[in-house]
Ligand binder design. Structure first.
Ligand SMILES: [Mg+2]
Length: 359
């Protein structure tokens, strides 16, 4: 079997109304779909979530830079192809845009391998569970208090047992009030996580954590800037809430530093930024060696297969954005997502959605 083409498709889906966290205002989601086509008719698929950032660059790294390296190769040689793309990207830098491109191809190849072997990806990895807990994510800073509580309530109505909300605004007192209101709404049995999206200094993050430490916060995500490793160590050792981070990390070495220096309690790889499933698996096993749990960022259709096959997985992150675009969105009831039994990752974009939103 040989790779005969790689096809990219760019979708732009408006977000109405726009949403905001502490660092971004988002009015549309751009998805880049990547399909690896073979001479035997099998197709492996992946996708990238870019909002409105760098879509042209992400298309370019796949279409004009990496594609030429993989045409004609056997798609089952996943590590070999990863290595070829990684070595080729050394000159421009293997982190950032290159990592996204390498990842998009790598994930599509894992999907393809599952389809070739007629097995879900979690079985290729050695599955250990058929359901994975999912948390309802959102709680945007742009929401009014009513909108915030309505979103949380909708997650409760759907049976979610854990929710995450944004903090990190300029007005920390407002954030404290919102955290308390959400805790009051959800009661004592639902997990509550908070995410500052790197907005605060270590001093601000520590002060904030102390103000909400009686609210039983399950984790405090990205309290400070991602490159402030000293800051992470300081926050993690100063507060009683577990720190979580990792969605902006591009290398195994960055995770190793975070773990060696005890900068995080919970490891949050992003399947794309870390360079695909091949590299992601190394991160989750590295975390296990440090007795740390994994709660990956965003890509629930991919993450569910990893968490179904490792011992140290916590939860997948649920946003509703993909559900209308997929033929079979993940089935979630009582806060548990069913691991798809379809070959590969088991996601497929609806033809009519692609037609409607294609740029
Ligand atoms: Mg986050």
């Amino acid at each position: 079997m040989k790779i005969k083409d790689i096809r990219t498709t760019r979708l732009s889906v408006p977000l109405n109304p726009p949403i905001a966290d502490s660092t971004h205002v988002l009015d549309r989601i751009q998805w880049i779909l990547v399909d690896v086509l073979t001479d035997e008719g099998l197709v492996g698929s992946s996708f990238m979530l870019t909002f409105d950032y760098g879509a042209e660059l992400l298309l370019g790294i796949v279409d004009t830079e990496l594609k030429k390296l993989v045409l004609g190769k056997d798609p089952r040689d996943i590590t070999g192809i990863w290595e070829t793309c990684y070595r080729h990207s050394e000159y421009i830098g293997q982190l950032g845009v290159a990592a996204w491109g390498i990842a998009a191809i790598d994930i599509a190849l894992w999907d393809l391998l599952g389809k070739y072997l007629e097995a879900p990806v979690c079985q290729l990895l050695g599955s250990c569970r058929e359901q994975v807990p999912a948390y309802g994510s959102g709680g945007w800073l742009s929401y009014s208090m009513d909108e915030l509580l309505a979103e949380v309530n909708s997650y409760l109505q759907r049976g979610f047992k854990m929710v995450k909300m944004k903090v990190g605004s300029h007005d920390a007192a407002r954030d404290v009030e919102r955290v308390r209101a959400v805790r009051k709404l959800i009661g004592g049995k639902v997990h509550l996580m908070i995410d500052a999206n790197q907005a605060w200094s270590p001093h601000q993050a520590i002060a904030f954590a102390r103000q909400v430490q009686d609210q039983d916060i399950f984790w405090f995500e990205e309290p400070v800037a991602k490159d402030d490793l000293d800051g992470y160590c300081r926050v993690a050792s100063s507060i009683d809430i577990p720190v979580a981070t990792g969605e902006r990390e591009f290398s195994l070495e960055a995770f190793r530093e975070l773990l060696v220096r005890k900068g995080t309690a919970i490891v949050q790889p992003d399947a794309l930024r870390i360079g695909g499933l091949t590299q992601y698996l190394k991160v989750v096993h590295l975390a296990e060696a440090f007795q740390r749990s994994v709660a990956p960022h965003f890509y629930k259709e991919i993450d569910i297969h990893v968490l179904a096959a490792i011992r140290n997985g916590l939860f997948i992150e649920y946003f509703p954005w993909l559900d209308d675009l997929l033929v079979q969105p993940l089935e979630i009831s009582d806060g548990m997502a069913k691991v798809p039994k379809l070959p590969g990752f088991g996601f497929e974009f609806k033809a009519e959605a692609v037609k409607e939103y294609k740029l």
